[in-house]
Design a protein around this ligand. Sequence first.
Ligand code: 1GP
Length: 261
Amino acid sequence: MVSVGKVEEYILRRIGDEGAIHMALIDPEKVTPELAALLSQESEASGSSAIMVGGTTLASTELLNDIVKAIKRSVKIPVILFPNNVTGISEYADAIWFMSLLNSADPYFIFGAQALAAPLIKKMGLEAIPLGYIIVGEGGSAGVIGKACPIPYNKPELAVAHALAAQFLGMRFVYLEAGSGASKPVPAEMIRMTRETVDVKIIVGGGIKTREQAERAAKAGADIVVTGTILESGQREGVRAKLNEIIEGIRKGAKSRSRGF
Ligand code: 1GP
C-alpha cells in the first residue's frame, strides 16, 4: 500500500488552510550556502510553505548538499528537491518532487532519469512526491535542457490534456512551468481550464514577479505558486518586500476564488 508521506500531508494541510500557498525556489548554482540560508529565513518569515532546491544546469551533488544542509540548519519549513537530473538528489532534503517531464521528446526526461534515481531515493529514505511536469510558453532553460515541446499559451486545452493524463497515471501534483525568468507567466485561462478539469493539485511557476501576477495565478486555481528569480536581487530588504508582495497576492487571489469572483 502506497501511503502519502509527512511532507505531502503538510503541503495538503497548508493548501486546505490557506487556499493557495507559496514555495520559494533556490538555484544552488546561484547562491552561497550563507545566502541560501538567509533567503530561506526570509521566505519562511514571509509565509512560504517550503523551500524548493534545484536548477536546470546543476551538475554537482556536492554543491547541492552544501546548500541543502545550510537551509536545513536555518528554517523549519521542509526542503523539497526540484531535480533536473540524477545529480539533483540530496540525502539531506526532506522530500523530492518525483517528476516526469510529460511533454519532453526525450524518454530520458520522462522515465529514464527516474528509473536510475528511484533505488537511490529509496535507500536515502527521501519522500518522493509524484509530479507531472508540463512546460508551457517560452519554457526557458528547462525547455531546452529537457527537450520539451512547449505548449503554446494559446493552446490551453493541450495543457489540460497533459494534466489530466498525469492524474490518470496517478500523479498527485501537476506543474505548469513557463520557465525561470519567462517574460510572461502562465496565462490565467490555462490555469483556470486545468483547474476546472483536474482534481490533482496545480503548481504554477515561471516569470511571476508581481503581486498582481501571483494573485491572478491563485485566483485562476493554482494551489501552489513558485517563485525563484525574485529571490535573486541579493538585497535582504528588497527580497523581503518582494516576498511579502507575492504572498499577499496569493492570499488575495485564493480568497477571491472562494468568494466566486
Ligand atoms: C522555475 O517556475 C520556477 O522553475 C520559477 O520561475 O524563476 O521565473 O520565478 P522564476
